[in-house]
Ligand binder design. Structure first.
Ligand code: ADP
Length: 197
């Protein structure tokens, strides 16, 4: 089998931009493993692990979990892989995380190949998050405890302060590309694929 060109993809974009959904689809198409740090942390909370108990109040408040915890989680995930072929969703979220990830990937000989950035205006984002909570509840599913309007706004603020600097970080490396995240899931996916070349 020929080696695919894109082995390490990082999805950037604010909470509610649709990273998880698009990353999932791309992972299936390209046979990559999706690593969603939000899902991993929520799973720990649900299972009531020690880590889960530690991070639950942080998630509920919409704050960021300490870098050391995230880095250890990612190090663990990557260490267990024969071949590094991954899509990151929700990681890195701070410059410290991005720097650690670069070092880790260098050790593994698998540099970041593409960084799609999903662009969605702020007012659309909050609406989507609140709607996601409403729909989950209508289906009788568990609603994410951080999908309330107040916590969603806090998550947006933290994104602006802590994660937006990563746009410059990856632009400088030349592998970031912007994707208009407004439109149907198929439209947005088409744009993401178009930028991957
Ligand atoms: P969203 O992008 O919609 O905010 P996520 O599922 O990516 O949702 O993240 C949910 C929460 O999990 C975050 O608000 C944060 O508390 C925690 N989290 C996830 N990824 C990270 C990370 N890389 N660094 C710190 N905290 C994280």
């Amino acid at each position: 089998m020929t080696q695919a060109k894109h082995n390490v993809v990082i999805f950037l974009g604010p909470p509610g931009a649709g990273k998880g959904t698009q990353a999932e689809r791309l992972a299936q198409d390209k046979d990559l493993v999706k690593i969603s740090t939000g899902d991993i942390l929520r799973d720990h909370v649900t299972r009531g692990t020690e880590l889960g108990q530690q991070v639950k109040p942080i998630l509920d408040a919409g704050q960021l979990v300490p870098d050391e915890i995230l880095i250890a989680l990612i190090r663990d995930k990557l260490a267990g892989m024969d071949q590094v072929r991954v899509i990151f969703d929700g990681f890195p979220r701070t410059t410290a995380q991005a720097q650690e990830l670069d070092m880790l990937l260098e050790e593994l000989g698998a540099p970041v190949s593409a960084v799609p950035l999903l662009d969605v205006p702020d007012d659309v984002l909050i609406g989507r998050i609140v709607e996601r909570g409403r729909q989950a509840s209508a289906r009788g599913e568990a609603v994410r405890s951080d999908d309330t309007e107040e916590v969603a706004r806090r998550r947006q603020e933290i994104y602006r302060e802590q994660t937006q600097p990563l746009i410059d970080y990856y632009s400088a490396r030349g592998n970031l590309y912007r994707v208009n995240g407004v439109g149907s899931m198929d439209e947005v996916y088409g744009r993401i694929q178009g930028g991957l070349n």
